[in-house]
Design a protein around this ligand. Structure first.
Ligand SMILES: [Zn+2]
Length: 381
C-alpha cells in the first residue's frame, strides 16, 4: 500500500491514479482547480440558468438535499441566483437527531422541501443485503439520492437539478470524469453506487416486487425524452470548498455534531445517518483508510495541517471497531437491520483486506483488546 506523497490518500482507493511523482489525482485536481478560469465557468452557469428558467413563478430547480452543509449552501446559492428551488430529500436509512433538526431548519428558514421515504422495512432488508453481499450498508441511500430527484423533476416538470460537488473532482477519479459537469445515467452507473448490486438482480435473487424497488429505478430513456432536464454539479461552475459551505450553512442555522465524531476529523459532515459509521468502517477494512483520511487530505491540500501531523491524526482517529456512532450503540444500529453483532463480525472479517492488516501465522487477522485491526503501514516506509 502506497500513499500519495502530497496528501495521505493510499493507492488502494478505487479509481485512484498516481502520477510519476507519486501524487494522487485528487491533489493534481486541486492544483488544476487553481488555474481554472472560474469567471468563465460562472458565465457558462449564467447561460444555463437563462436556458432553464422557463417559468419564474414555478419551481425551476431541484436541489437533492440531505439537510447537510453542502445542500444547505446550494439552496442559499440557488436563491441568490434568482432560482426558485425545491429541496428534495430522499429519507436516509437511520436518520439521526441532528439530521432531523437540519432538515427542519431548512423548512423554518423559508425553503420548500419535500421528503420522499420508501418503506423502512424494504430499506432495512436492502441495508442488510448490501452489507452481506458487497460490504456496503448504504446502497439504498446512495442510489435513491440520484433516482428520486430526477423522478420528482420529471413529475413536476422542473428543468434543472443542481447537485453539489462532483466527488471525482475532490477525491479523485478517472481522468475523463474530472471535467464532468453533467450527471446522467452513465455517470450514475459508473460512480453513483449502482456498481455491484443492480435493481434487477435484487428482484430476481431476493424476491422483491418491481413496485417495492420503484424508488431505486432511474427513469427510462422514454420517460426522460418526455421532458428535458439538466442535472449539473454546482462544483463544476464555482470553486467548491466544504469548509466555506459549512460556514455559510452555519449562519443559516445548520448544526454540526456537538462532540468528536467517531472516525472523523470534521464534525460537520456525515451527521445525518447513524449508519455512516459502519459504512466508513467498511471502507477502512477494504481499502485501509477511512473518512478522517479524506478530510485530513482535504486539509493538507489547503495548507491547514502538515502531512506528518495528518498521518498521526488519521492513525488515532479512524479505523476503530464501530462500537457506536453519534452515541447510538452498534447493537441498536444493527437491530434495525435485523443483524446480530456476531454475524456483523463475520461479515467484517470476510471483507477485510488481509494484505493491509496484520495476521498471525495461521493467517487469521490480529486484533487488539478492543477488537481493532492493526494496519501494517501508515506511510511510505
Ligand atoms: Zn494526494
Amino acid at each position: 500500500m502506497k500513499y500519495c506523497k502530497n496528501c495521505i490518500i493510499p493507492d488502494t482507493r478505487p479509481d485512484q491514479i498516481f502520477d510519476n511523482n507519486g501524487v494522487c489525482n485528487a491533489c493534481l485536481s486541486f492544483l488544476r482547480n487553481k488555474k481554472i478560469d472560474w469567471k468563465k465557468r460562472a458565465n457558462e452557469f449564467t447561460e444555463i440558468l437563462k436556458e432553464t428558467k422557463v417559468n419564474d413563478e414555478k419551481w425551476n430547480c431541484v436541489i437533492p438535499s440531505s439537510g447537510g452543509k453542502d445542500s444547505t449552501y446550494q439552496a442559499i446559492r440557488a436563491k441568490e441566483l434568482g432560482l426558485n428551488p425545491v429541496l428534495v430529500t430522499a429519507t436516509t436509512c437511520d436518520l439521526s437527531n441532528v439530521g432531523k433538526k437540519n432538515i427542519q431548519n431548512l423548512k423554518d428558514k423559508g425553503f420548500d422541501t419535500v421528503e420522499i421515504s420508501n418503506s423502512g422495512l424494504i430499506r432495512s432488508k436492502l441495508n442488510k443485503i448490501g452489507l452481506e453481499l458487497i460490504g456496503d450498508i448504504a446502497w439504498p441511500e446512495h442510489v435513491s439520492i440520484f433516482t428520486l430527484p430526477i423522478k420528482f423533476a420529471l413529475k413536476f416538470r422542473i428543468p434543472l437539478i443542481l447537485y453539489g460537488e462532483n466527488p471525482q473532482i475532490e477525491y479523485g477519479g478517472p481522468q475523463k470524469s474530472l471535467n464532468n459537469s453533467v450527471l446522467d445515467r452513465s455517470w450514475l452507473e459508473e460512480f453513483g453506487g449502482l456498481i455491484g448490486l443492480r435493481v434487477n438482480d435484487l428482484i430476481e435473487n431476493y424476491g422483491f416486487s418491481k413496485s417495492e424497488l420503484e424508488i431505486y429505478n432511474y427513469p427510462t430513456k422514454e420517460e426522460l425524452s418526455e421532458f428535458k432536464i439538466k442535472s449539473i454539479f454546482l462544483g463544476y461552475y464555482e470553486n467548491w470548498d466544504s469548509i466555506r459551505n459549512y460556514k455559510v450553512a452555519e449562519k443559516k442555522g445548520f448544526l454540526k455534531y456537538d462532540k468528536p465524531l467517531e472516525g472523523c476529523y470534521f464534525d460537520f459532515e456525515k451527521i445525518d445517518n447513524y449508519q455512516h459509521g459502519l459504512h466508513d468502517y467498511f471502507k477502512f477494512i477494504k481499502f485501509g483508510f477511512g473518512r478522517a483520511s479524506d478530510q485530513l487530505s482535504y486539509s493538507v491540500r489547503r495548507g491547514l495541517i502538515s502531512r506528518k501531523e495528518a498521518i498521526k491524526k488519521a492513525g488515532k482517529l479512524e479505523g476503530k471497531y464501530p462500537n457506536s456512532y453519534m452515541g447510538k450503540k452498534l447493537k441498536d444500529i444493527l437491530s434495525k437491520i435485523d443483524m446480530t453483532e456476531n454475524d456483523f463480525k463475520k461479515i467484517c472479517d470476510k471483507f477485510t483486506n488481509k494484505k493491509i492488516f496484520k495476521c498471525d501465522q495461521k493467517g487469521d487477522l490480529l486484533k487488539d483488546e478492543y477488537g481493532n485491526l492493526i494496519k501494517k503501514n501508515y506511510d511510505n516506509n
